[in-house]
Design a protein around this ligand. Sequence first.
Ligand code: BTN
Length: 149
Amino acid sequence: MLQTTPFLLVLFLALGAHSLSVKKCSLTGRWVNDLGSNMTITSVNANGGFAGSYHTAVTATSNEIKVSPLQGSMQKSPNQKGQPTFGFTVNWSFSDSITVFTGQCFVDDYGKEILKTMWLLRSRVENIKNDWKATRVGTNEFTRLQSQE
Ligand code: BTN
């Protein structure tokens, strides 16, 4: 008993120190994706809700691209262990389309934050006969934009 107590104490301290040093992934801030699109998430509230803006680098339309609002939700359960899942919707201000993204905020082996996402882009079509061609699917990877200070 006397020998096991110091061992347990060291183990407890080691586990505590490890959990303190593990970097967590935060959605707040400015991000750029593999297409060159920019996204800003202003803050995440206590319930995991968040909002921000999205400046896409590309469009499926011939319209002039404009910055568009986004609204999302992040999982807050303890099981997320600093790498939370999330979803957000971009309501395009320059087209009739909507995109939903779903993904996870990861910290890689070098401590770099990466958002791995999948998206569905729903375009408006003139009638139900064209519904079959209204939805595009894809993936995007976002990395944090380094501030230019
Ligand atoms: C539209 O073309 O109607 C709106 C712009 C859609 C841009 C798409 S959303 C998925 C993909 N990821 C981006 O960053 N941009 C494109």
